[in-house]
Design a protein around this ligand. Structure first.
Ligand code: 1PR
Length: 552
């Protein structure tokens, strides 16, 4: 008897389990249909794609027991896909049927006026204006969303579905349902387990209500009012930790200058800026919107030798309740004993350890090179369905796949007329006037240049199904000169998925610059945070002072 947790084997459910533990609750996992009878309350943290969730539930014989559980009137809390399965269907997976409790279909966000997925911290406006502390959801707080599909809030066309709406949120011009509530059912589109203290409050409020036997409570009367939402998506600040083993074999956070991580003075030792888990916890408490852990020497190791990195992710996920991206070595590999491990298996291990997104570097470059060999009308080429990006996006949803790009400038004559002529940038600053360049892709942490431009790569990975681009710059990395705004604008013009600008931040003003002068969704820094030169709070204050929407 007690609180149960439905995990059908996809995505990061570890983080929700960690939040429950942090809040002092014990729970059990649903492992068979019988467990639904034992559950007195149930959380379904649906992670991944709608179709794979439904297929996995059906295959495990859990879909009908789930329907029966909900019908029994016992408390149910669905998160993300756990909310979407309550609807009839989803454009994400037209062949799959949802539970159909809410008579409406989940549709795709339009990317005409904005990037998709909707990824980041946005608000939630309660529809019941009388009760501002409803279910722990607070109108003054931000919550973490990551989804390409949404339930449109449309009381005129779908009045019955709109009755379920508990809060709504605006992204671009679209107003969607960010939480639903009716009788024993509560569900959120956002991820409370990834929404810091504000999210823990929502989980805690639901747990105490469900303990008070909500099942016997009458349906809550709704006092709907016309929502007045506005797009509240904030710009994200990401703290990145490059992790590698030092010469003593310990995993440390390191930081290079233009990707060279060895000390110039101390006999070429790997720079040690701290322990990954301790730094991750520090950045979470300091208000980072997202954290990124990159295993920067993974290309030399097999996944088995990577196990320490999995332990780092597990430990970090116990302390950190904002999204965690893991990169390095997400590719097909062979274990030392000869066992083949697909990129999908490797990613799955990281998701189960507590990662929300995986970041793919070198393998993305190789995939786009292969794709360009297949002619297509748009000139971008065609994927063959086997790349890491395609397989992981198919199973876990495109929002779980980041591509980390490591471009380097290639200087050319001002009258260059070669194959990259449409992508040439001409310097305008005092230092760069009279120079022209294009951006070439590299693999293996910048060690090898490939015959591919950053624009080809960005357009290719978007088509393959990546949900976000993490845009580094080898030229700016560790220099403190500010983000390469030309690079960010160039890539922005070519893709409609969210982007994280990275490399070169030297002050809080550089973050204001990148958000004022480009249309990027997030900005990442490493060195200045590790060395304590700039605090995350200082960056947030500068953004707010400059009227850039930021979470504080
Ligand atoms: O190719 O899929 O195994 O992934 C390897 C990953 O490791 C890629 O994401 C690649 O960017 C990263 N990587 C590999 N070598 C290095 C290195 O530094 N020698 N680090 C490396 C990339 C760049 C950023 C850095 C920003 C901000 N690090 O992560 O954090 O440039 O730094 P700054 O604020 O101090 O300027 P695969």
């Amino acid at each position: 008897m007690g609180l149960f947790f439905l995990d059908y084997g996809a995505g990061n459910v570890q983080s929700l389990a960690n939040s429950l533990r942090k809040l002092g609750h014990t729970f059990q996992w649903i492992t068979s249909a019988d467990d639904f009878h034992k559950a007195t309350s149930l959380i379904f943290p649906g992670v991944g794609a709608f179709g794979s969730a439904i297929t996995a539930l059906e295959a495990k014989g859990l879909l009908e027991p789930l329907r029966a559980y909900i019908a029994s009137g016992k408390p149910y809390f669905g998160i993300c896909i756990g909310m979407q399965v309550l609807y009839e269907s989803s454009a994400e997976s037209p062949a799959s049927r949802g539970l159909g409790l809410i008579p409406c279909a989940i549709e795709s966000f339009s990317n005409v006026d904005k990037t998709v997925p909707h990824m980041g911290w946005n608000s939630a406006e309660l529809l019941d204006s009388q009760d501002k502390s409803d279910e722990g959801v607070d109108e003054g707080s931000h919550y973490y969303y990551v989804h390409s599909f949404r339930a449109r809030y449309d009381p005129e066309t779908h009045p019955e579905a709109a009755e379920w709406a508990h809060s709504v949120t605006q992204y671009g011009q679209e107003v969607f349902v960010s939480s639903v509530r009716k009788a024993n059912i509560f569900a959120t589109q956002f991820h409370p387990e990834k929404s810091g203290e504000a999210g823990l409050k929502v989980i805690s409020a639901w747990l105490s209500e469900s303990e008070n036997s909500r099942s016997h409570a009458p349906p809550t009367p709704r006092i709907p009012h016309a929502p007045r939402p506005r797009d509240g998506l904030t710009k994200r600040i990401v703290a990145c930790m490059d992790v590698r083993s030092n010469d003593q074999g310990d995993l440390v956070v390191t930081k290079g200058d233009q990707y060279d991580v060895r000390e110039k003075a101390v006999a070429g030792a790997v720079r040690n800026l701290g322990k990954p888990v301790a730094l991750a916890a520090r950045y979470y408490l300091a208000g980072a919107d997202e954290l990124c852990l990159l295993n920067i020497t993974s290309f030399r190791h097999s996944p088995l030798r990577d196990q320490p990195m999995l332990a780092v992710v597990r430990a970090a996920a116990e302390e950190v309740f904002v999204p965690l991206t893991i990169g390095g070595g997400i590719k097909d590999t062979v274990d030392p004993d000869g066992t083949k491990r697909s990129a999908l298996d490797v990613a799955g291990l990281y998701f189960r350890a507590g990662a929300d997104k995986v970041s793919i570097g070198s393998e993305a470059v190789h995939a786009v090179e292969r794709m360009l060999e297949q002619k297509s009308e748009d000139g971008i080429g065609e994927g063959d369905g086997t790349s890491a990006i395609e397989t992981i996006a198919h199973a876990y949803g495109r929002q779980a796949v980041v591509v980390s790009v490591d471009p380097r400038r290639v200087y050319v004559d001002l009258d260059y007329d070669g194959p990259y002529k449409d992508e040439i940038v001409r310097g305008t600053s005092d230092e760069e006037r009279g120079k022209a360049w294009w951006y070439q892709c590299t693999v293996s942490g910048g060690r090898e240049s490939r015959p591919l431009s950053v624009v080809q790569l960005a357009r290719g990975v978007e088509k393959l199904g990546a949900g976000e681009i993490l845009l580094n710059s080898i030229d700016r990395d560790g220099t403190g000169k500010g983000f390469d705004l030309d690079l960010v604008n160039l890539v922005r013009r070519n893709v409609r998925i969210p982007m994280v600008a990275s490399s070169g931040a030297g002050s809080a003003a550089h973050f204001v610059d990148v958000f004022e002068k480009t249309d990027v969704e997030a900005a990442l820094a490493a060195g200045i945070f590790h060395r304590g030169e700039v605090e995350i709070g200082e960056v947030k204050h500068s953004l707010i002072r400059a009227s850039v929407n930021a979470r504080h």
